[in-house]
Design a protein around this ligand. Structure first.
Ligand code: AHM
Ligand code: MG
Length: 360
């Protein structure tokens, strides 16, 4: 009988390679472990939605102590419960909460911000389409000269005076400042992908042991990448002519002997981005008439995916500017997103930055 190769668990990988090489604060390992625990709880509930509908069956309570009624509220609560005691956090920004949530609520004093979409794409659950949790870890803004707080070498502010309230300028950080980012995909398998700025690593949850096992170390978008474009073409009638030009370009007959483009769109961001990361292509959620900033949220959807893409050799823009360079005005701000293989994102930027040839 062949002996089984020893595959590192998430815990072993974090304690070993991540602890040795990452520049993220040491508490990050604890935080990611909490996120993985939340992912395990969410995966279980997601897997039962065919039986229970999108409502968890028993007794879950939201942050206000009310009975949760929606699965995305359940997911929000699960993450908050698993990470809220983390001393590195000063607040959580969640798609499920209107304002940021201070941690601890009475006197936020951690140095980092967790931005979160607890369960993206949950409207797909009724038809058994994969959904996901997206997370981004940011340092709280550095104090100015009049402030007595200090930063450690990781950028996380560490000795803030208890009792201070969080100002918007402390938490509205550009994606370029992210310490770490990632997602958990609830599909045929539950997959956790993260970066802390030194490559992208993927783990798959073994349903038997319950452990996340290292599945892909240092993920790279393949080059040449798959010629997939991915967008919701039902909005064509509301597109800018330059977006039309771009998609028309993808539909042109390829040169003799070359492969042409094909379309892929799941309509679930984590699944679309995961496919793009694994095989390449270009994911697009553009702005269009009626949605001048697109649909996706900058801080907890676009920015973490952009960091993953860049760390895997790809790129992400809002059409013209790198997503990671955008400074949010608001925690729930939206942005157009073009993400994927670098040459295809560059091609999109080139089309979107010039005069349209004609309109439809
Ligand atoms: P949600 O945050 O309300 O779940 O919506 C986000 C989802 C993404 O997963 C996906 O990329 C997008 O909505 C699809 O939108 P559309 O149906 O307009 O194509
Ligand atoms: Mg979402």
């Amino acid at each position: 009988m062949r002996s089984r190769t020893l595959v590192p668990t998430l815990g072993a990988f974090l304690e070993g390679e991540e602890a040795a090489h990452s520049s993220a604060p040491p508490d990050w390992i604890h935080l990611l472990t909490g996120l993985a625990r939340a992912g395990t709880r969410i995966a279980r509930v997601v897997a039962r939605t065919g039986l229970t509908g999108t409502l968890p069956r028993t007794g879950d309570r939201n942050i206000h102590g009310e009975a949760a009624t929606r699965i995305d509220q359940y997911a929000h609560n699960a993450v908050v419960e698993e990470v809220a005691a983390d001393e590195m956090l000063c607040c959580i920004i969640s798609e499920e909460a209107e304002d940021h949530m201070s941690i601890p609520s009475s006197h936020p004093d951690g140095g980092c911000i967790l931005a979160l979409d607890p369960l993206d794409g949950s409207s797909n659950l009724g038809v058994n389409v994969p959904v996901g949790t997206i997370f981004s870890l940011l340092p709280r803004a550095r104090p100015d000269a009049t402030d007595c707080g200090s930063d450690d070498e990781t950028g996380c502010r560490s000795d803030d005076a208890p009792g201070s309230a969080l100002a918007p300028s402390e938490i509205l950080r550009p994606g370029r400042d992210q310490i770490a980012a990632g997602y958990i995909l609830y599909g045929a398998a539950t997959v956790l992908v993260y970066t802390s700025g030194r490559g992208v690593h993927g783990f798959i949850r073994d349903p038997e042991s319950g452990e996340f096992l290292l599945n892909r170390r240092d993920m790279r978008i393949p080059s040449p990448s798959a010629l997939h474009y991915s967008t919701n073409e039902a909005y064509t009638r509301r597109w800018d002519p330059r977006q039309h030009d771009l998609v028309r370009h993808f539909k042109r007959p390829p040169p003799k002997g070359a492969k042409g483009f094909s379309a892929r769109y799941i309509g679930s961001l984590v699944a679309d981005i995961h496919r793009t990361l694994l095989v390449g292509g270009l994911f697009m959620y553009p702005a269009f008439r009626g949605k001048p900033e697109g649909k996706l949220r900058l801080m907890y959807e676009a920015a973490p995916m952009a960091l993953i893409m860049e760390q895997a050799g790809g790129r992400a823009t809002n059409g013209t500017e790198d997503i990671l360079d955008l400074r949010p005005r608001d925690i729930h701000q939206r942005t157009p997103l073009f993400a994927g293989a670098r040459e295809l994102v560059d091609l999109a930027a080139c089309h979107l930055g010039r005069e349209a040839t004609d309109s439809e």
